[in-house]
Design a protein around this ligand. Structure first.
Ligand SMILES: NC(=O)c1ccc[n+]([C@@H]2O[C@H](COP(=O)([O-])OP(=O)(O)OC[C@H]3O[C@@H](n4cnc5c(N)ncnc54)[C@H](O)[C@@H]3O)[C@@H](O)[C@H]2O)c1
Ligand SMILES: O=C(O)[C@H](O)COP(=O)(O)O
Length: 390
């Protein structure tokens, strides 16, 4: 029996993945945590937690580094909500270009004028003339799951598309249309684009990516779309850029009090991934990854540990989350050799400064010997967490 703590509402089909061997709680000590955007940074993590699954893409609400040091595996659901966000970006391109936000607000304000409303509409519509997006240049910063979908569909809408992503994955590169131009630096995007949309994770390197320097390099009247994270944009610099007209519109999925007070901001209440389809995709994927990890130790789509999978048929298994330093595996297997325990199968993979090892041992080993080996491994310098699965 495992216990899962949910920190946000998770759709039922995701919870159903766990089945009746799991207890679902909202408070208390759990083996696994399932969440969406709940801010975990100030949360005390019970020692019982082995893994955290984010039903979504961004993990900036999770203390990933601290989890890694404790051997807690953090999962996300790459691509599971990308289509939902892409559709929102496409809608926003039109929303901002055609002055729909202001036009609709004005039309609604005409309620009460009676029979002359149609006349007022025809007389006032000239205030809301907009631009077509066809033939305009769209700059995409970050060509991952979302950025790549936006790029391909913007081309289909006859936009000219240029993307910047120095770390683009091979998989994404294959999915991208060859008509997407490749920017060699951000300046190329800033200096030439009519529309700029940003699809990168919030990390130290990307915090404040759009700042005074960036705005100064942009074409006057550029429209900016932020469906990634508010902190990617330097707020006071944005205010100046909106005031001076360098930025014609800022569409953000992350409004706060400061940004709401700025002119020409179109605020959306973090609805990028809020579709029934995407909520189901994310919840099911996150739940499956968490369940698989708890039951087999196999890791898929972790942000802090490598993908490691060894087929599991109920055999005895030791899993170790550890630092990626020499002789870790040698020391672990030496303990097994001391007790004449045969290794049936084994795998070790690394990701950055951490690694993960799965060792399958032959059945028939006494429980107390397994426990003593687990303790010895746990006490090795560099080992973050050890589990015995059987
Ligand atoms: N508004 C929403 O509801 C919503 C939904 C999903 C994701 N998001 C946000 O969008 C972000 C992107 O999501 P995704 O699914 O496309 O993630 P992803 O990991 O598939 O793509 C991110 C891309 O950014 C690139 N990148 C990283 N640093 C960069 C840099 N400095 N310059 C240029 N490119 C850089 C990476 O190489 C990668 O290709 C998430 O991290 C999350 O913060 C928001
Ligand atoms: O990073 C994400 O996946 C999005 O910001 C979605 O967040 P949500 O699950 O809270 O809607």
């Amino acid at each position: 029996m495992y216990t899962i703590q949910t920190l946000n509402n998770i759709v039922q089909c995701g919870l159903d993945v766990f089945g009746n061997q799991y207890e679902m709680i909202t408070e208390g000590e759990a083996d696994g945590i399932l969440l969406r955007s709940f801010p975990m940074h100030t949360m005390e993590l019970p020692a019982s937690v082995k893994a955290i699954a984010r039903a979504g893409a961004g993990v900036n609400n999770i203390p990933v580094e601290a989890c890694t040091e404790k051997g807690i595996v953090v999962f996300n659901t790459p691509g599971a909500n990308a289509n939902a966000v892409k559709e929102m970006v496409l809608a926003s391109l039109l929303l901002a270009s055609r002055n729909l936000w202001d036009g609709i607000s004005w039309a609604k304000s005409l309620y009460g004028y009676g029979d002359i409303v149609p006349e007022l509409v025809e007389a006032g519509k000239k205030e809301y003339v907009g631009n077509e997006i066809r033939g305009k240049r769209l700059g995409i910063i970050g060509l991952g799951a979302i950025g790549a979908l936006v790029a391909n569909d913007a081309l289909a809408l006859e936009m000219e598309v240029i993307g910047y992503d120095p770390y683009v994955s091979v998989e994404t590169a294959w999915r991208l249309s060859r008509q997407v131009q490749r920017a060699v630096n951000l300046e190329q995007i800033f200096a030439t684009c009519d529309y700029i949309t940003i699809h990168v994770p919030l990390v130290e390197q990307t915090r404040g990516l759009l700042n005074a320097h960036a705005f100064r390099s942009m074409k006057k009247g550029v429209r900016i779309f932020n469906f990634s994270r508010g902190e990617l944009v330097q707020e006071e610099d944005l205010r100046d850029a909106l005031e001076s007209g360098i930025v014609a519109n800022y569409v953000t999925d992350f409004p706060n009090n400061t940004v709401l007070g700025m002119k020409n901001v179109i605020p959306i209440p973090h609805l990028g991934a809020s579709t029934y389809e995407s909520e189901e995709n994310c919840a099911i994927m996150a739940a499956r990854q968490l369940k698989t990890y708890l039951e087999t130790g196999n890791i898929r789509n972790s942000v802090n540990f490598p993908n490691v999978e060894l087929p599991y048929f109920g055999q005895k298994r030791i899993t170790v989350a550890h630092k990626n330093v020499p002789n870790m595996v040698g020391q672990m297997t030496a303990f097994l050799a001391e007790h004449h325990i045969n290794i049936a199968d084994m795998i070790n993979r690394s990701k950055g400064s951490y690694a993960y090892t799965i060792i399958d041992i032959d059945n028939g080993v006494d429980a107390h010997i397994k426990e003593s080996i687990a303790t010895k491994i746990k006490n090795l310098p560099g080992v973050a967490a050890v589990r015995i699965i059987q």
